[in-house]
Design a protein around this ligand. Structure first.
Ligand code: FPP
Length: 236
């Protein structure tokens, strides 16, 4: 357990991988794995808050995930809707909510709920929880580039004003700090188009544990490993 808060990452991100395999191993339909994964998501988010991590991001649905069977996509969307309905908990928890990704594909009701929750929680600062839904890192960068171009054409900024700090403020993650620690359960060792700008200097933690089996205890282990690493940011 980390006792010195300065050893904690400011921003920890999770790729929630392995739900399908978790279910198949038990002879269950894949969607049951997502259901279990959604429970793990809640448990891990709570643990992050309890130990004092300020920013957490979870990858729930990528722009490529639409290729999955309809039954599976429908279940993830249902779980998303269910989560949005827990709004009162965020107030109680003083957690700020931000949704990352292209939300234009969601119906108006869902989009309205996302905006409402972001606005209602915007003053909360105990923890910021970012949920990536219909998210892709490259498309996020393209989106930010288009925003910068629009600002130029509206004469709000000049080309010379674009620097890393301005550009990163135009990403879906806006004012959040860069990812310090990226955790990927499920056995794969890749970034899969997740937070590619924000993770430029992130530490990676990979584990074979499937996401539904990922526990607060394993998160503590990842955090201990993170605390023991020597981050040099290009220096010596
Ligand atoms: C990847 O595992 C996981 C997903 C594509 C979906 C993740 C979604 C959840 C955990 C539930 C959604 C929760 C909310 C709050 C929206 P996989 O199915 O690709 O695993 P596999 O590699 O074993 O097939």
């Amino acid at each position: 357990m980390i006792t010195d808060k300065s050893d904690l990452p400011s921003h920890t991100a999770f790729i929630m991988d392995g739900n399908g395999r978790w279910a198949v191993k038990r002879g269950l339909p894949r969607k049951m794995g997502h259901r279990e994964g959604a429970k793990t998501f809640r448990k891990i988010a709570r643990h992050c808050k309890d130990i004092g991590i300020k920013y957490v991001t979870f990858y729930a649905f990528s722009t490529e995930n639409w290729k999955r069977p309809k039954e599976e996509v429908d279940e993830i969307m249902r779980l998303f809707g269910e989560y949005l309905e827990e709004a009162e908990d965020f107030r109680k928890d003083k957690t700020r909510l931000i949704f990352l990704g292209d939300r234009s594909v969601f119906d108006e009701k869902l989009r309205g709920k996302m905006t409402e929750l972001e606005q209602a929680s915007s003053e909360f600062d105990e923890m910021t929880l970012m949920l990536a839904m219909n998210y892709g890192g490259r498309s996020e960068i393209v989106h930010a580039a288009k925003s910068a171009a629009e600002m130029i054409s509206n004469k709000e900024i000049e080309v010379k004003d674009i620097d890393e700090s301005l550009f990163s403020s135009l990403l879906y993650t806006g004012g959040a700090p860069d990812t310090d620690l990226l955790i990927r359960p499920g056995g794969e060792q890749r970034i899969s188009n997740f937070l590619i700008w924000q993770s430029a200097y992130a530490e990676f933690y990979f584990t074979d544990t499937l996401w539904p089996d990922f526990t607060p205890k394993e998160l503590d282990k990842a955090l201990e490993e993170y605390a023991s690493r020597n981050r040099r940011f290009g220096g010596v």
